[in-house]
Design a protein around this ligand. Structure first.
Ligand SMILES: *Cc1c(COP(=O)(O)O)cnc(C)c1O
Length: 293
């Protein structure tokens, strides 16, 4: 990795006790380009804009995928990442679905470790905060016409964040719009899924809710997830979460929470759960809790 360090760190301008989500960016970013069938020119440079061709394929046809992960500090101050290899697996699964090249594991780990160690002072230590890491890949082909690009860019930037939500979230079960159907791209962390969710989320907000609770695309009956997170229900002494069926984003926090809960001796069921089952459990008093991951 070629490294060019910034001459003007912005670190001193950040109030780590009051960090808005997604608006503060660390000093450096990682770039690599996919040209002639290989990933080349891995580099870390000062965080900042890059230029795009007006016919950039990603802007027109949506070949763009991303990940969201976090780094924090151990008690001894060493940076730690949460399950980065699972994030790369998912990035590469998204890449396959969107007809994009996979990114090699050795390059990914090298990129993360180098970038995080250069910007380690950006990792917040305030309770509930972390260094958010945004790896993403997009087409850089410069022509019009619906086809897969031959060239791509991989980018990783980071920024300190506080909690995404800092209060309980009110959800509206959506009965008109759908997020994803099996066979579609709901399992891919690809930009179009989020664009498609904005209008229903806006309508939900106007009705006094924070987010949409997505139901299945065939019957509007079975719960899928929330636009930004997977969902769990505590009913009686069981913890229930929708089984991933091709239309649900396979959250790494979801998988980790399931493992931790089972470890602690809780009974966790991954299965179809209908909105009616949740309403019924609420009415008969067995719904104890609902949470998102
Ligand atoms: C990213 C994302 C999640 C959560 O995934 P994690 O790996 O747990 O961060 C859940 N649902 C959707 C739609 C997402 O985009």
């Amino acid at each position: 990795i070629a490294i060019e360090l910034t001459k003007h760190s912005n670190l001193s301008t950040v109030d780590f006790n009051n960090i808005p989500f997604g608006r503060v960016f660390s000093d450096h970013m990682y770039l690599a380009d996919f040209v002639n069938g290989e990933w080349i020119n891995p580099r870390i440079i000062p965080f900042g804009p890059f230029t795009l061709h007006p016919a950039n394929l990603a802007l027109h046809y949506g070949q763009s995928i991303f990940e969201g992960m976090k780094a924090s500090k151990q008690m001894d101050g060493r940076p730690v990442l949460l399950r980065p290899e699972l994030h790369l697996d998912r990035l590469n699964a998204s890449a396959v679905r969107m007809c994009m090249p996979e990114f090699p594991e050795d390059m990914f780990m090298d990129a993360l470790n180098t970038l995080i160690s250069i910007d380690k002072d950006w990792i917040p230590t305030v309770e509930g905060s972390a260094l958010y890491i945004r790896p993403y890949m997009f087409a850089t082909g410069e022509f019009i016409g619906v086809q897969a690009s031959n060239t791509y860019r991989m980018v990783i930037f980071t920024g300190p964040v506080g909690p995404y939500y800092n209060k309980p979230v009110r959800l509206l079960a959506e009965e008109k719009y759908v997020r994803a159907a099996p066979g579609g791209v709901g399992e891919a962390k690809t930009c179009g899924n989020y664009a498609a969710s904005l209008l229903p989320a806006k309508i939900a907000k106007e009705k006094g809710f924070d987010q949409v609770l997505w139901l299945d695309a065939y019957e509007f009956k079975y719960i899928q997830e929330v636009g930004t997170m997977n969902i769990f229900f505590v009913i009686g002494d069981k913890i229930i979460t929708p089984a991933t069926d091709g239309a649900i984003l396979k959250g790494i926090t979801r998988a980790s929470i399931i493992e931790l809960l089972k470890d602690e001796g809780y009974e966790v069921e991954e299965r179809k759960i209908s909105i009616d089952e949740v309403v019924e459990a609420f009415r008969n008093g067995t719904l104890k809790e609902a949470f998102g991951t």
